[in-house]
Design a protein around this ligand. Sequence first.
Ligand code: PMV
Length: 313
Amino acid sequence: MKWQAQAPANIALIKYMGKTEYATNQPANASFSYTLNHLTTRVELELGETSDRWEPLTPKTRLSPAQQARFLNHLNRIKTHFGFNGHFIVRSANNFPAGCGLASSASSFAALTKASVIALAALTQQSIDFAILTTLSRQGSGSSCRSLLDGWVLWDNNGIQPVDLPYPHLSHCVLIVDRKEKSISSSHAHEAVLSSLLFDGRPKRAALRLDQLITALKTSDWRLAYETTWHEFWDMHSLFETASPTFSYLTPQSLTLLRHIQDFWTREGDGPLVTMDAGPNIHLLFRPDQIQLRHQLLGGLPGTIDVFSSGSQ
Ligand code: PMV
């Protein structure tokens, strides 16, 4: 008997950074994301014998021992929720190449939560509602709860909810500056930012930008949306740069590319939304009518740069 589920990644435009409660990943501020349906993780569960174990679902899939342990730990959490004592073989794979610098924890933990809940609901004859599903997913990786909904998603004190806004179909790509697994995990970043003197006003700034971004999208003010998301990722990276001890994800190449995109916006009066997660890679979101402009921007990037987009595989 096998149970399967799949879930997409998401990119936050208002960032979840800093927690008020660690065990349940209670965020210090509301966050807001766009679901990336072209980047997915697939998880399959099969009943096993003596202990839980992870296996690759496709030959190219790799997970480090630490990542496997984190995955199985989350499975265990869900088994405990259902009061289940049996064991599983967990198989997973992403539809995007491993080690291309794309954060996959949101899609992985959302897919694992969905597959586990499907399996355990069937095996224990229990059902859970959507709110519990999101709470469970969030305990594996906070940002994974936003991957349980499509389109624009808000995660605040009331849980997650879809937000009906213009631009439901954006095209996404990532400028890959570094393919390596990041040396400072987002879990570490969530704790470390609290040591920055700038963290004091952070929840307020994030809330103001959330309002501003939703207003910008509602009124189709793309430039204001760009400016808001630009300020927002710099705010998060400023927390990293001013933490004690300080840490950084930005590389000289990230900075060159950011400057290039900023100059492009100044020259053309238009461009993509730009954001960065806890890593050196740069995420771009284009409106459907920006195909030509996207071509122009990506064709003129300085140096040799890998671009991963929906059409890359
Ligand atoms: O879900 P986590 O614990 O990996 O945290 C994700 C944090 C960021 O990606 C930097 C921001 C976000 O909101 O996704």
